[in-house]
Design a binder for this molecule. Structure first.
Ligand code: SF4
Ligand code: SF4
Length: 383
């Protein structure tokens, strides 16, 4: 039977193996269009993206998992006006998909993409490729991809390259993305006297610690536009409760924080698009709190907060949080190819294979996750 994340299983959270097995049962990207109910889009709700001044829809489009431009195009045609992609997603194909969806509506949509590069030449090359793939002459927000600490925020060669791109009119604003070490990265942006970066894309959801919310608050008050990702805590499939799904409740939880300008849930198909945009303008209610409590309990054994706090204790420098993120892509998003491509980018000595000859794991998870079991599973599923 076909199943998407809006159709939940009575049995509760799917086991990790069955989540993988059931991964492709999404029924096709336009399934929601062809079937029953007509697409009812709520009126777009906008917030200002910090000092960029851009007014963007509170539910914006995370394109990372979207295989068809038509899904993006429906969103754009109904007013969603901010899309986030990256050079690396789908081996470069994701920017092309976004580019196809932007044809004829480029001026109505703000485009954010990313570069993982450090050297000037590589950054220039990345941006040229992105512009070509996106079919545009400018990127609205170019983000340094996946920062873990403050070092790259202040890297002079990177800044020189970015400043040049701005002079050339190829990039309007700069941002960073971060999954771990988030508070340090956000504070580095706040403390920067040059106010070089205007946007931060952060992992933020109902399971996030207070330290993240406080760092987001400091950044927002200093004019940084905050965009939230990982808003549904892994997108694990779990059982239904009431009219509002756990993923909708999670999205509402994020958007009730006025320091967040927008969330960018990943939307693969029409049914996920419908589910997420429906949240625009909805208040967060007590029932949502209850839904999230149940969802939080269900995902607790699986969901890594990517805080990186366990990593210092590992003598081999294993990138535990990144490996766990890959497992989340595999088990939560049911995107094994993406999981494996991110996993392959981890330096050999820092992957789960380093755990094979480790007699006893010295790393401890502050949230109680079984790290050795996770590393073992990563070695099996991702390598
Ligand atoms: S088992 Fe634990 S301590 Fe040993 S290498 Fe792996 S993560 Fe590090
Ligand atoms: S395993 Fe635990 S301590 Fe390590 S990054 Fe994940 S949540 Fe943080």
């Amino acid at each position: 039977m076909g199943m998407n994340r809006r159709q939940f299983l009575k049995a509760g959270l799917l086991g990790t193996t069955s989540a993988l097995v059931g991964g492709s049962a999404l029924g096709g990207p336009l399934g929601g269009l062809a079937s029953a109910a007509p697409l009812a889009f709520p009126a777009p709700v906008y917030r200002t993206l910090g000092r960029t001044g851009m007014k963007i829809t509170v539910v914006s489009f995370g394109a990372m998992l979207t295989p068809e431009p038509e899904v993006l195009r429906v969103a754009f045609d109904h007013g969603l006006n901010y899309v986030d992609t990256a050079r690396g997603y789908m081996g470069g194909r994701n920017e092309e998909i976004v580019g196809k969806a932007l044809k004829g509506v480029r001026d109505k949509v703000f485009v954010a993409t990313k570069t993982p590069s450090r050297s000037k030449e590589d950054i220039f090359r990345d941006v040229e490729t992105s512009l070509k793939s996106l079919g545009t002459d400018r990127i609205d927000v170019l983000q340094l991809h996946s920062l873990k600490n403050r070092k790259r925020v202040y890297d002079p060669e990177t800044r020189e390259a970015l400043a040049r791109l701005k002079e050339q009119g190829k990039v309007r604003f700069f941002g960073v993305t971060t999954h771990s070490g988030q508070a340090e990265v956000l504070d580095a942006l706040v403390e920067d006297r040059d106010r070089f970066f205007d946007v931060a894309l952060v992992a933020y959801n109902f399971t996030s610690g207070r330290d993240i919310a406080e760092a987001i608050g400091r950044a927002a008050r200093s004019g940084i536009g905050i965009v939230a990702m990982k808003t549904q805590a892994g997108g694990y499939v779990t059982e239904a409760e009431g009219a509002v799904s756990p993923h909708q409740a999670a999205l509402k939880w994020v958007l009730r924080n006025p320091d967040v300008a927008a969330a960018i849930p990943g939307m693969r198909d029409m049914s996920e698009l419908k589910e997420d945009v429906a949240v625009m303008g909805m208040p967060f209610r007590q029932a949502d709190e209850r839904t999230l409590r149940r969802y939080g309990t269900a995902i607790r054994p699986y969901y890594c907060h990517l805080c990186g706090e366990c990593e210092g204790a590992c003598p081999k420098g294993v990138e535990i949080s990144t490996i766990n993120r890959c497992l989340m892509y595999a088990d939560g998003y049911r995107e094994l190819r993406l999981a494996r491509s991110v996993y392959r980018a981890i330096p050999a000595g820092a992957s789960a294979s380093a755990c094979l000859d480790c007699a006893a794991c010295a790393a401890r998870c502050v949230r109680g996750l079984d790290i050795p079991a996770k590393m073992k599973r990563a070695g099996k599923v991702l390598a």
